[in-house]
Ligand binder design. Structure first.
Ligand code: APR
Ligand code: PHB
Length: 394
């Protein structure tokens, strides 16, 4: 088989890259280890930045998101028993976020891909990357029938997430990795029932962080800071509700309503970046190259920003033969990556309790929260990062 761009992974990064390339007349093949049912059902993030929303709309895959997604113009920080609203739209000249689950984005992109007759192979195994430092890199794999297949490509995009094969295919001598693992995780639940609040609530409490998010008018998404080694069995429903009520309690009369919990899971918290994000004819995008803790809601949005830069660079090559943008891909993508790394680390540090934390540290966190909710400049700093800084100009 022969293609222009071989794409490993059908997450948001791989699927959106295939879609943006097709719009520019560039052919690709997407390889995915899991089944369509599995990728369309996995519960992940849910907050889209303004730039992500605009890109999905402009590229013709935003129709269902516009109908079913929920636009939020504000976000709430809760501490000391009080809620403090940041008016995102007012602070950022009209920008906002869209609450629309990642697996819904996946469903829209898979449909667009298949409707366009694009190649998307599910259930592949043992993908390996060959000849990356030549002009004709290859992907070898077992297809879903177990047959060995090989695709010769002009370029390969490694969009296979944090545990994929692409990043380790870059020789370790040219790879520099930066990492921070946090001493806590998030316990996430899905609950049946109406929203308890119109906007997301990020709560800081001496027992730990809690987040009230939503998925739809019927399904709510809640998280609470937990021990990273906790298992689902450690958190019976009663313990979850007690902890959420304690962490979200206040003197303002607002109260979270209980509902039937139908899904539970533990999310690890990590910051990670690999530099450079390219080697020979391989380009990494999304979680394959970087991880952020979920506090800033940046993971999915960074994957989108990477493939926007990569699609533009590939389009320049196929349009004019120029490789300048491809050569600069890593440098261009990493500027936004590090901004999001800093923002996610900062939000995480401000909103969580650390085991070794002293009363001094706790007071500093409260002071920071008061500043962010009390000063227009500080609030603007949070807001413009949260809704997403504008993309670099084309
Ligand atoms: N071969 C083929 N596919 C693979 C391989 C492999 N060896 N390893 C992993 N995959 C697939 C996974 O099954 C998954 O569907 O690659 C896809 C990677 O998707 P994501 O992990 O969603 O990564 P990405 O597209 O970069 O999106 C980042 O996902 O984890 C969330 O919070 C994160 O929202 C962010 C987004
Ligand atoms: C979610 O709804 O899953 C969600 C929302 C905001 C975050 C992280 C996750 O910061």
């Amino acid at each position: 088989m022969r293609t222009q761009v071989g794409i490993i992974g059908a997450g948001p990064a791989g699927l959106l890259l295939a879609h943006l390339l097709r719009l520019r007349g560039i052919e690709s093949v997407v390889l995915e280890t899991r089944s369509r049912e599995e990728i369309e059902a996995t519960i992940r993030a849910g907050v889209l930045e303004q730039g992500t929303v605009d890109l999905l709309n402009e590229s013709g895959v935003g129709e269902r998101m516009r109908r079913e997604g929920q636009r939020h113009e504000g976000v709430i920080l809760r501490f000391g028993g009080q809620s403090h609203r940041l008016h995102l739209a007012e602070l950022t000249g009209g920008r906002s976020i869209m609450v629309y689950a990642q697996h819904e984005v996946i469903r829209d992109l898979v449909k667009a891909r298949l409707d366009a007759g694009g190649q998307l192979l599910f259930g592949v195994k043992d993908v390996s990357l060959l000849d990356l430092d030549t002009k004709l890199p290859k992907l070898r794999f077992h297809d879903s029938d177990g047959a060995v297949r090989e695709i010769t490509c002009d370029y390969i995009a490694g969009c296979d997430g944090f545990h994929g094969v692409s990043r380790p295919s870059i020789p370790s001598r040219v790879r520099k990795e930066f990492e921070r693992v946090y001493p806590f995780g998030w316990f996430g639940i899905l609950v049946e029932g109406p929203p308890a609040t119109e906007e997301l609530i990020y709560a800081y409490h001496e027992r730990g962080f809690a987040l009230v998010s939503t998925r739809s008018p019927q399904i709510q998404r809640l998280y609470l800071q937990c021990n990273p080694n906790n298992r689902v069995e450690d958190w019976p429903d009663a313990r979850i509700w007690e902890e959420l009520h304690t962490r979200l309690a206040g003197s303002d009369g607002w109260r979270l309503a209980d509902g039937r919990i139908f899904q539970k899971g533990v999310v690890a918290m990590r910051s990670f970046v690999v530099e450079p994000m390219q080697y020979g004819r391989l380009f990494l995008a999304g979680d394959a190259a970087h991880i952020v803790p979920p506090t800033g809601a940046k993971g999915l949005n960074l994957a989108v920003a990477d493939v926007r830069v990569l699609a533009r660079a590939l389009a320049a090559f196929y349009g004019t033969g120029q490789t300048a943008l491809l050569e600069r891909y890593s440098e261009d993508a990493l500027r936004r990556v590090w901004r999001a790394e800093h923002f996610s680390w900062w939000m995480t540090s401000m909103l969580h309790r650390f085991h070794d934390e002293s009363p001094f540290h706790h007071r500093l966190q409260l002071s920071q929260l008061q500043y962010v909710t009390g000063s227009r400049s500080a609030a603007t700093m949070l807001a413009e990062n949260y809704v997403g800084l504008p993309f670099d100009k084309d």
